[in-house]
Ligand binder design. Structure first.
Ligand SMILES: [Zn+2]
Length: 260
């Protein structure tokens, strides 16, 4: 079984666009993409990620025989069906989310990652491995615009999001689920598994932590320590403008002990 501790916290002053669910056999973390203007949707990002997450959790709980991409595709389809006629789901900037899932399956732990969420394993030998989907960071000379924060130009994003050769997120198109990174690891070789939104993984990607530090600090001080550490690092960053994206981001961590 999975024995999880969790933390999820909005960036200071905002709503939380992250969402997570855990059970004793699976866990998921979603990170809603910061809203673009003119996205054709009448709903909020939390509305979208909560529905996507609940549909995904329902599938994980009730259809253990289905593959993780199939379950994600179903959740995308069900969520799309709830937008209603006032939303234009063909808009390429329609609300979207990154996804991380793990599930126990016999002697394996299956995983799925779509977008810049991460799944990490603390192996029983003490080493750590992590997977994230960085296709959005590999778009070459992608134009960055600086409005309130530096981020990719929405006109450009509209041409590469959920398109071959671009990058993939869970939005309104079921097919994106089949572009996820997936795999499985032997259950008996995993001590702990972590699911992390990019608001937490920036400890590793920006601020010099190792993946092992993430597990050690969460185990020693509790998962909230990860959020406190990332807020401290962000607030003392001498040059936050060097990073694409917001100075503070919603941050979610699920750290689960694998009890064989
Ligand atoms: Zn909508």
């Amino acid at each position: 079984m999975l024995d999880a501790v969790t933390v999820s916290e909005a960036a200071p002053g905002g709503a939380n666009d992250d969402f997570y669910l855990v059970s004793d056999r699976w866990a998921l973390v979603l990170d809603g993409v910061t809203r673009y203007p003119d996205d054709g949707c009448q709903h909020t990002v939390p509305w979208f990620v909560q529905r996507l997450g609940l549909h995904l959790g329902y599938g994980l709980a009730t259809a253990p025989h289905k593959t993780l991409p199939d379950l994600l595709a179903d959740a995308i389809g069900r969520t799309a069906g709830e937008h209603g006629p006032g939303c234009d789901l063909s808009n390429p900037l329609t609300p979207a989310s990154t996804v991380a899932i793990v599930r126990l399956a016999d002697d394996r732990i299956e995983w799925l990652v779509l977008g810049d969420a991460a799944v990490a394993w603390l192996w029983t030998d003490g080493t750590v491995e992590a997977v994230t989907d960085d296709r959005a960071d590999q778009l070459g000379d992608a134009p960055v615009v600086v409005a309130d924060v530096p981020r990719y130009d929405p006109v450009f994003v509209a041409t590469v999001r959920n398109r071959p050769g671009g990058f993939w997120v869970a939005a309104a198109d079921r097919d994106a689920a089949y572009e996820s990174l997936t795999g499985s690891v032997p259950r008996t070789q995993v001590s702990q598994v972590g699911l992390l939104s990019d608001g937490v993984t920036r400890l590793v990607q920006r601020y010099g932590w190792s993946w092992r530090d993430v597990f050690d600090q969460a185990n020693t001080h509790g998962p909230r320590h990860l959020i406190e550490a990332v807020r401290r690092a962000e607030s003392t960053d001498p040059d936050p403008a060097r990073w694409c994206g917001k100075r503070h981001d919603d941050a979610t961590a699920v750290i689960a002990r694998v009890v064989v």
